[in-house]
Write a protein that binds this ligand. Structure first.
Ligand code: COA
Length: 159
């Protein structure tokens, strides 16, 4: 069963060891880089929620959620007072088994508890070539806004 757990001293090294396929490197930052960004966000008053993704006891992926204007620095207009799926990956050994879909559902359930405050939107961005991500997010109701975050397509979900 897929579940999310917060990062701890016991699992963070293993989270840093998770890897996507080489062709997917342009699609997501390394987990170590993401956690470094989470730290910088937090010490500057931002809200960020990095989670390890487990299938039963097996670590299979990583997802990092965020809220508010400190969530990112790229100037997307809905950034303020909205949640974001900031980083998301399933290790290359465990992709294609439905884990990503289940983890995203749990992440959205968590967001809908509004842990950092109320919001109407959750946004996400992905590379135009990332067809798997685009389809996955669309299946949850994310809609592309026509806006770009750097070179990434922006899509939003009404919470
Ligand atoms: C995107 C990602 C998290 C999806 O995780 P996953 O566990 O492989 O996905 P799932 O097995 O839950 O599959 C979700 C959907 O994607 C489809 N899918 C999965 N891998 C696919 C592939 N290689 N090619 C085409 N479709 C694929 C599945 O068929 C499923 O669609 P369905 O519900 O219509 O059957 C994972 O592929 C990944 O880590 N990619 C690299 C990093 C990345 O792109 N992150 C997102 C950045 S925005």
């Amino acid at each position: 069963m897929i579940h999310l757990e917060k990062l701890t001293y016991d699992n963070f090294y293993d989270v840093f060891g998770l890897k996507v396929k080489k062709v997917q490197y342009p699609f997501v930052a390394s987990n170590m880089f993401s956690v470094a960004e989470a730290y910088v966000t937090m010490i500057n008053g931002g809200h960020v929620y990095p989670f390890a993704i487990y299938n039963d006891k097996k670590l299979v992926g990583f997802i990092q959620l965020a809220y508010g204007e400190n969530a990112d620095q790229d100037g997307v207009s809905m950034e303020k007072d909205s949640y974001e799926v900031w980083r998301f990956m399933i290790d290359k050994r465990y992709q294609g088994r439905g884990y990503g879909k289940e983890a995203l559902k749990l992440a959205l359930d968590f967001i809908r508890t509004f842990p950092a405050g109320p919001a109407e939107l959750c946004w996400i961005s992905y590379e135009p070539e990332n067809e798997t991500a685009r389809k996955l997010y669309a299946s949850f109701g994310f809609e592309e806004t026509g806006e770009m975050c750097g070179d990434e397509i922006v899509a939003v979900l009404k919470l």
